[in-house]
Ligand binder design. Structure first.
Ligand code: G3H
Length: 496
């Protein structure tokens, strides 16, 4: 159970502690932040409302711990990461339980998130020892006008303090996708979890604590964004920010100093369906892509752009599958569970009502109970409807009928987002042309958008983000290139 067994240290009465200087602490604010269970709409957990002074302290320690961590051999850093991954996987049950309670993720998917996170940490440790153990060796005589008098050695060095801000929908997985690359590369790490998802994050951090990382190297600060949000992101000690979430990321980018940023800020992933597509394959991918975790994924299929000639058949197939989706509590592994908050449910409802007023065809009756919204497919959506452009982050999927491939590509490219997209066709040549024409970070051919496997590069264009993720790219982004040049008094050529 969450907060029990090896996790008792992280709880103070009914309030979870924050993690600083290798210890679990209670904030001097004497205040807490409530975490509302999306399904019951009652307070499920409480976390510390940390102060700006506590942030200062954490940053100070992160700076000093990083100096010795950078001198820790790579294999030792990797060893500790493997240890943390094993502890995390061994304790998947209580962590998954808190995911169920604070973000209403179906129980099975919650376990998957924890296991996937352990695998990501281990992969990152492996990849880190390989790519950080190598550098480049350059010779000066390859550039015109030079003799071989200079040997240039390049290696990758850490940035310093990395600030990680994951979103509510993958609080554990998208936290470790920032923590593990930062640590293997020799950085220290300050984690600011989302309010909903904070308790899962605190449990995950305790696994790193138990693995034996040095004091101050990892910290986890909880609290109100209004009090510590800007203070953290604009803190002078921070050398890199890795953020996943909504358009808050745009304002963070504008305020952040001259530091590397890794931002993933959502998408409006289009699914383009051509006449020759395998419609059964498309329908199952629309269900998986549009409705898993109730559509609360940045990579969810968020608009279907289908050729008019096959639209009726596809809509019928999707409707039949929507009818089979189960709706209810995450504990019972229902496919569709409550969305994360009441304001989110209200926002989704606003999009649905706008589509209704403007004449969209409702393939199911719109139904909502509290934060629980039944899956809804909206056909005949037109570009003047908000849902054609905005991301509901809920189980509501619009279908726009198109008369040409160009119309589909134009709709996709007119979006301010550019995360992923997908195209369904049996013609690989057409698929490649469409993929090249789509202004998105990734295009999936004959499958729904998805970030994983976690070592694949993952990036968005336009308002969808800055920088690329995926294990290798994250490690690279969290390092700098350092060169040392050996200057010889006379040219020297190895003769063989
Ligand atoms: O919500 C954003 C995530 O990066 C999506 O990850 O494709 O594994 O669901 P996923």
């Amino acid at each position: 159970m969450a907060g029990t067994g090896i996790f008792t240290d992280i709880l103070d009465g009914d309030v979870y502690k924050y993690y600083s200087d290798g210890e679990w602490k209670t904030s001097s604010s004497g205040k807490s932040v409530a975490i509302i269970n999306p399904a019951t709409r009652k307070t499920q957990y409480k976390v510390q409302a940390c102060t700006q002074e506590e942030v200062n302290k954490v940053m100070e320690m992160a700076k000093s711990a990083q100096k010795s961590w950078a001198k820790t051999p790579l294999w030792k850093r990797a060893e500790l990461l493997h240890k943390a991954a094993a502890i995390l996987k061994d304790n998947k049950a209580p962590i998954a339980e808190s995911l169920v309670k604070e973000i209403a993720k179906p129980a099975k998917d919650s376990v998957t998130e924890v296991v996937r996170s352990g695998d990501l940490i281990s992969y990152c440790a492996e990849e880190g020892v390989r790519i950080l153990g190598e550098g480049k060796f350059l010779l000066s005589d390859s550039f015109p006008g030079n003799e071989r008098t200079k040997y240039c050695l390049t290696s990758k060095i850490p940035l310093g303090v990395v600030l990680a801000i994951p979103p509510f929908n993958y609080p554990v997985n998208l936290a470790v996708s920032k923590i593990a690359p930062a640590l293997i590369a020799g950085n220290s790490l300050v984690l600011k979890p989302p309010t909903q998802g904070a308790v899962s994050c605190l449990h995950m951090v305790h696994c790193f604590h138990l693995a034996g990382f040095p004091k101050g190297l990892i910290s986890c600060i909880t609290g109100k964004g209004s009090e510590i949000g800007d203070f953290l992101t604009m803190h002078p000690a921070v050398n890199c920010i890795s953020f996943t979430g909504g358009d808050t990321g745009i304002s963070i980018s504008k305020k952040a100093g001259m530091i590397p940023l890794q931002m993933e800020l959502g998408g409006k992933d289009a699914c383009i369906v051509l006449e020759d597509a395998d419609l059964d394959l498309v329908a199952s991918n629309i269900i998986k892509g549009g409705f898993s975790y109730s559509g609360q994924r940045c990579t969810a299929v968020k608009v279907v752009l289908v050729m008019e000639s096959v639209a009726n058949e596809l809509v019928e197939k999707v409707k039949a599958k929507v009818a089979k989706l189960t709706v209810g509590p995450p504990e019972e592994n229902c496919d569709i569970t409550a969305v994360v908050s009441e304001s989110s449910a209200n926002f989704i409802e606003g999009l649905v009502m706008d589509a209704k007023d403007k004449g969209a065809t409702f393939c199911q009756e719109y139904k909502r109970q509290g934060n629980l919204i039944w899956p809804l497919l909206l056909d005949n959506v037109k570009p003047d409807m908000r849902i054609a452009w905005e991301e509901p982050f809920g189980p509501v999927l619009p279908v726009l009928r198109i008369n040409s491939v160009e119309e589909g590509i134009n709709h996709c490219n007119a979006s301010n987002f550019g995360l992923q997209g997908c195209v369904f066709t049996k013609d690989i040549n057409k698929a490649m042309l469409i993929s090249d024409a789509m202004e998105t970070g990734t295009v999936q051919i004959n499958s729904a958008p998805a970030r994983g496997p976690d070592h694949f590069p993952f990036q968005g264009l336009k308002d969808s983000g800055i920088g690329s993720q995926g294990v290798t790219n994250s490690i690279s982004l969290m390092t700098k290139v350092k060169t040392t040049v050996i200057n010889l008094p006379t040219p020297s050529y190895s003769m063989g």
